[in-house]
Ligand binder design. Structure first.
Ligand code: THU
Length: 145
């Protein structure tokens, strides 16, 4: 077996294999149910234990009921018993990456305020940001009495 190459310090986040996580997210996007927007989005949520939970966008004829890939991954993880996360990879088949929508940012923050968010489109380079950067001064469970 080849020794592991040194971790890429130019990118934020723990020394997880971000490229691998992103590959899983791209595969998850293929399972999207998106007959209305025709936009496929996949998410791969990395649990604290190293397990990966995938999700995809699930649209509905009543458009407002559409579930984003990110929240679909969170629901799968919580229902599987994991509540702590290290990173999420979000992939779309559109040329440019999608940043998570506001609703998904808030749902991710509930469980992982220190989450790293990695995004990529079909033609774009992988980009990494922190959830704190995406949702500054957020309302969080800590604000509740
Ligand atoms: N979508 C996601 O799944 N995640 C995002 O971060 C942004 C948008 C989905 C919802 C809908 O099915 C389609 O992309 C177009 O908005």
């Amino acid at each position: 077996m080849q020794p592991k190459p040194p971790a890429d310090r130019s990118r934020p986040g723990p020394n997880d294999d971000v490229e691998d996580l992103m590959r899983v997210a791209h595969a998850a996007a293929q399972l999207a149910y998106a007959p209305y927007s025709k936009v496929r989005v996949g998410a791969a949520l990395l649990g604290e234990d190293g397990q990966v939970y995938t999700g995809c966008n699930v649209e509905n004829a009543s458009y407002g009921l559409t579930l984003c890939a990110e929240r679909s991954a969170v629901v799968r993880a919580i229902a599987s018993g994991e509540r702590r996360f290290r990173a999420i990879a979000i992939a779309t088949d559109q040329p440019q990456a999608f940043m998570p929508c506001g609703a998904c940012r808030q749902v991710l923050l509930e469980f992982a305020p220190k989450l790293w968010v990695h995004v990529q489109g079909s033609q774009s380079a992988l980009e990494s940001v922190s959830l704190a950067e995406l949702l500054p001064r957020a309302f969080s469970p800590r604000d509740l009495p």
